[in-house]
Design a protein around this ligand. Structure first.
Ligand SMILES: C[S@@+](CC[C@H](N)C(=O)[O-])C[C@H]1O[C@@H](n2cnc3c(N)ncnc32)[C@H](O)[C@@H]1O
Length: 246
């Protein structure tokens, strides 16, 4: 659906620029026309209520194609870039959460949280490049850590980064298929779009007294036990939910 909306936004913006140019032949350069198309595509995307991370894609798409044409980039390079982006962002076109990474302040705080919880098991549902999992597993070598990542390239990099950490298991599966019962602390840095469903899943599966920590996105209509505000670049907030009490 998202891919269809993206294509439609691009096509509508192209049609609008061509239409305007036919009706009012302005002396504008191809780059100015591309800039106009990019802005219109971004506007259409917002109109279609695409998630906000589509904006840079719409703004850069046609200008990048033009750049490629003017630099006479070989055709196989487009295919390679497309392949890499697909492996990196895998489910994003279907509306899944894209890859963006937590700061070191997040992993430092999670280390403190698992210590104070006395956690023996931890999972990052959507582990990306294992940015959180690696420092955590190093700091708590007695704790069993699971990293779940569905996109192939991040999963491969996470597996490589965790290759010497015997207390980590990196799984290339969707967290929706993982039973969360076995974990003392569950961490997620996902998207507002999935938080209601995540809330239902953790209520259903996690054991009473365990802790769910969501970076940046709260569970709608649920009261967290605490909210930790970090002093990193994004001013990240960690929403902590005690299972059985929210
Ligand atoms: C915002 S990134 C967070 C990465 C990492 N947890 C961190 O904090 O740095 C979200 C990650 O979740 C992954 N993801 C999205 N949906 C998923 C799913 N259903 N199962 C497993 N991973 C998923 C994405 O591929 C992406 O790498």
């Amino acid at each position: 659906m998202q891919l269809f909306k993206a294509l439609l936004s691009q096509l509508l913006a192209c049609a609008a620029v061509l239409g305007i140019h036919t009706l009012f032949p302005l002396p504008i350069s191809v780059w100015q026309a591309a800039a106009m198309q990019a802005c219109l595509a971004a506007l259409c995307s917002r109109g279609f209520r695409q998630p906000v991370w589509w904006l840079p894609i719409h703004l850069l798409f046609i200008p990048t194609v033009l750049l490629g044409l003017s630099w006479q980039v070989p055709a196989w390079l487009y295919l390679l870039i497309l392949l890499l982006l697909t492996l990196l962002f895998w489910g994003t076109v279907k509306g899944d959460v894209p890859l963006f990474l937590s700061s070191s302040a997040v992993s430092d705080t999670l280390i403190e949280i698992v210590q104070s919880e006395g956690a023996q098991t931890f999972v990052d549902i959507g582990a990306g490049l294992a940015t959180v999992v690696v420092p955590l597993a190093k700091a708590r070598q007695d704790m069993a850590v699971v990293a779940l990542e569905r996109a192939p390239l991040p999963w491969l990099l996470a597996t490589w980064r965790c290759r010497n950490l015997t207390n980590v298991r990196v799984g290339r599966s969707s967290f929706w298929e993982q039973d969360l019962r076995e974990f003392d602390v569950v961490f997620a840095f996902l998207s507002p779009l999935v938080m209601t469903k995540i809330g239902e899943k953790i209520r259903r599966e996690m054991r009473a007294g365990c802790l769910f920590v969501s970076s940046s996105f709260p569970i709608p209509n649920s009261e967290p036990e605490s909210v930790i505000e970090l002093n990193d670049r994004r001013k990240t907030k960690l929403y902590c939910y005690r299972i059985g009490r929210f």
